[in-house]
Design a protein around this ligand. Structure first.
Ligand SMILES: Cc1ncc(COP(=O)(O)O)c(C=O)c1O
Length: 472
């Protein structure tokens, strides 16, 4: 894309004040007084004033290179001119009418578009919502309604949102559930097939072993507490997001599909974070050829920053009665317009860019992995890349050491996860004008706008390299 503004054309971040600067601090202090303290903000404090493309400017005039995209939301970059123009036109024509009671063209238009692109076999229908959690709520209700069953299977370290139904699935951090006591839904959590840290040994393993072990666990659950004929749905992140940007092996995803089909269980694929081109294909499930979902949940990157969620299901599954599920704002015409234009841009080159520039970023991160033994893993697809920090040889001394394994510290030592180092790297990046965000216990997620260029990557990697060097 040709830069249209001075901000878009810039090459490097620019930090002019101490961070956060005085104007930013005023906002942070006002926030502390008037806004809920429950938001899980990181140690560093970024205040945005305006943003364009991959650049964010704070109220003090500092400019940051954004490799987080508002947590994987601003897929087309900040304020993409075509998305802005489409929104502005729509705002002047129709802002709201309530699609639950009336009609407008945007709902069938986006429903038709999603029908073309979602990884579901056969015709689909879509329910529109305002967020990822709401899309998940829709999927849960729909699966219960359709199957006449009440139980769900989800994965440890998963994140599906914080509304009460979604929270029953979510298990990525204690803080998300602490204080809320019992969960409304009957959900059994099984280990996620993380080949980088096997759930028993905490050691790197191969796809076959971890697939086999998780499926054995699932089978035990079926045989003991949770008969498969009572399970409405299995909810899967094909790449676990908040849990650490961990991809599931193809053989696992295929087997899960087979098990769901065998038992009449809905395979609910949560593409809220991994969808809309983030992984270099339109959906993360597209990386597993031939595997299709029954229900797909989307949000985040779908609207380039406009609040939108969508739950698309096989048309024969979405067979519920009039009044069974609806939302006043869900499917708002402005948000749907943004989504339609976003998908055009994704199909018009941004998914390809995510794949190509994502591979360039991944190669650069792998070079840093060679350079620093504290980088234990680089993983993911496209522009959904996780970098895991471990203690390396320095940590071996600090923890008493262990004679075997990588640089003297085997991954099976749970203390090898270095969350503090991850936090220091995150902070050092911020101080140098690079925005990245942690995920999982000890990983950093790279989830930049999908317009990121190789030139941007070179700058980001240079800063990241320095940040790691001075944080060790
Ligand atoms: C995979 C996944 N599902 C669901 C959600 C919840 O989305 P929201 O925060 O829009 O409710 C998130 C948010 O991070 C997510 O990553």
């Amino acid at each position: 894309m040709t830069p249209t503004t001075e901000l878009e054309a810039r090459k490097r971040p620019e930090i002019k004040t101490e961070l956060p600067g005085p104007k930013s601090l005023d906002i942070i202090n006002a926030d502390a007084e008037f806004v809920t303290p429950s938001y899980p903000r990181p140690d560093y404090k970024l205040v945005a004033d305006h943003a364009q493309g991959v650049w964010i400017t704070d109220p003090d005039g500092n400019v940051f290179l954004d490799c987080n995209a508002g947590v994987a939301v601003c897929s087309t970059g900040h304020c993409h001119p075509e998305v802005v123009a489409a929104i502005q036109k729509q705002v002047s024509e129709l802002i709201h009418l309530c699609g639950t009671d009336f009609y407008y063209r945007h709902m069938p238009e986006l429903g038709k578009k999603l029908n073309e692109i979602v990884p579901i076999d056969g015709p689909t229908k879509t329910h529109f919502a305002n967020s990822g959690a709401e899309a998940i709520e829709t999927a849960l209700k729909l699966a219960m309604y359709h199957t006449h069953r009440q139980k769900f299977i989800a994965f440890q370290s998963s994140f599906h949102g914080r509304t009460l139904g979604a929270l029953s699935l979510t298990s990525s951090r204690k803080a998300q559930r602490l204080g809320f006591m019992r969960q409304p839904l009957d959900v059994v959590h099984i280990p996620y097939p993380n080949k980088f840290r096997h759930f028993i040994t905490d050691q790197a393993t191969d796809e076959g072993t971890v697939t086999c072990d998780v499926l054995t666990w699932l089978n035990k659950v079926f045989e003991t507490t949770t008969p498969p004929e009572e399970v409405a749905g299995i909810v899967l992140e094909v790449v676990q997001g908040e849990g650490g940007y961990v991809p599931a092996p193809t053989m696992f995803v295929k087997e899960l599909r087979r098990i769901c089909t065998e038992h009449g269980i809905m395979l609910i694929v949560d593409e809220v974070q991994s969808g809309m081109g983030r992984t270099g294909k339109m959906f993360a499930l597209d990386h597993h050829e031939g595997v299709k979902a029954d229900i797909v949940c989307m949000a985040k990157g779908l609207g380039s920053g406009m609040p939108i969620g969508a739950c698309t299901a096989r048309a024969d599954i979405m067979d519920w009665h009039k009044g069974a599920h609806a939302s006043t704002f869900g499917g708002n015409p402005v948000a749907l317009t943004a989504a339609l234009r976003t998908i055009e841009l994704l199909q018009g080159g941004l998914v390809d860019n995510s794949r190509e520039v994502g591979a360039y970023l991944e190669a650069g991160l792998n070079k840093l992995k060679e350079k620093y033994d504290v980088i234990g893993d680089v993983r993911g697809y496209g522009m959904m890349l996780g970098v895991e920090f471990v203690k390396g040889s320095r940590g071996a001394d600090a923890t008493g050491g262990n004679p075997t394994g990588r640089e003297g510290v085997p991954l099976h030592d749970p203390h090898s996860q270095d969350a503090d180092l991850r936090d220091r790297v995150e902070m050092a990046c911020y101080q140098k004008g690079l925005i990245i965000l942690g995920c999982g216990n000890n990983a950093i997620r790279w989830s930049p706008p999908l317009i990121l260029t190789k030139e941007n990557v070179d700058v980001a990697l240079e800063i990241f390299d320095q940040a790691v060097a001075e944080s060790i």
